[in-house]
Design a protein around this ligand. Structure first.
Ligand SMILES: C[S@@+](CC[C@H](N)C(=O)[O-])C[C@H]1O[C@@H](n2cnc3c(N)ncnc32)[C@H](O)[C@@H]1O
Length: 167
C-alpha cells in the first residue's frame, strides 16, 4: 500500500483536530481550574522533566503544534517569549484569548501554519513540541527528512526521549 504524503497526513490531522480540539484543558472552565492546571504544569516541567521555570526566563521559545496554547501559556508566565505555530485556526483563536487572560503582558506571536510549511530566519533558544510528535513523526520518517530527537519526554512510547532526557 502506498504511504500517504505529508500533505495527506496534515489534512487528515487537521480534519480530526477541527472536529474535536484535544488541547482544551481550562479555557472553558473557571480561573480555579486554571490555577490547578498551572500548578500541575509546574510540577510536570520542574519535577518530572527537570526543566525549572527559571530556564524559560527571557528565552525565545517556539511551540510547534501549540493547540489552544494552554500549555504554552505557563511557559510565557515563566518569562519565555513565545511563538506559537498551529495549523488549526480555531485553536489559535482560543490561544489568543488564553494569552490575553493569563499572560496579558507577554508579546506572544501566533502563526497559523503547518509545521512543514513554517519558515523563519529567527533563532530560538527552546523548541517546544508537545503531543504533536505522533501526528508528524511518521510523515517525517516517510519523507526521509532527518527526524529530530526529543531532548526530554515523559511518554512511555519515547524510550529514547527518556534515555536522553535531563536528570
Ligand atoms: C494533541 S494537540 C497538542 C496541543 C498542544 N501542544 C498541547 O500541549 O496541548 C496536537 C496539536 O498539533 C497540531 N498539529 C498537528 N500536526 C500539525 C502540523 N503539521 N502543523 C501544525 N500543527 C499541527 C494540531 O492541530 C493540534 O492542535
Amino acid at each position: 500500500m502506498k504511504s500517504p504524503t505529508i500533505k495527506q497526513v496534515e489534512a487528515a490531522t487537521l480534519k480530526t483536530f477541527t472536529e474535536e480540539i484535544p488541547s482544551i484543558y481550562f479555557s472553558d472552565k473557571t480561573e480555579a481550574e486554571f490555577e490547578t492546571y498551572s500548578h500541575n504544569a509546574e510540577i510536570t516541567y520542574r519535577d518530572l522533566l527537570k526543566f525549572p521555570p527559571k530556564m524559560f526566563q527571557g528565552a525565545d521559545l517556539i511551540d510547534f503544534g501549540a493547540g489552544t496554547g494552554e500549555n504554552t501559556v505557563s511557559l510565557a508566565r515563566w518569562g519565555a517569549n513565545c511563538t506559537l505555530v498551529e495549523m488549526n485556526a480555531n485553536a489559535i483563536a482560543i490561544s489568543k484569548k488564553v494569552f490575553s487572560k493569563y499572560a496579558p503582558n507577554s508579546a506572544a506571536k501566533f502563526v497559523q501554519s503547518s509545521i512543514f510549511d513554517f519558515d523563519s530566519n529567527l533563532k530560538f533558544d527552546i523548541v517546544h513540541c508537545r503531543g504533536v510528535w505522533i501526528a508528524v513523526h511518521g510523515a517525517l520518517h516517510r519523507s526521509q527528512t532527518p527526524s529530530p530527537q526529543p531532548l526530554g519526554g515523559i511518554h512511555g512510547e519515547w524510550p529514547r526521549a527518556q534515555r536522553v532526557g535531563r536528570n
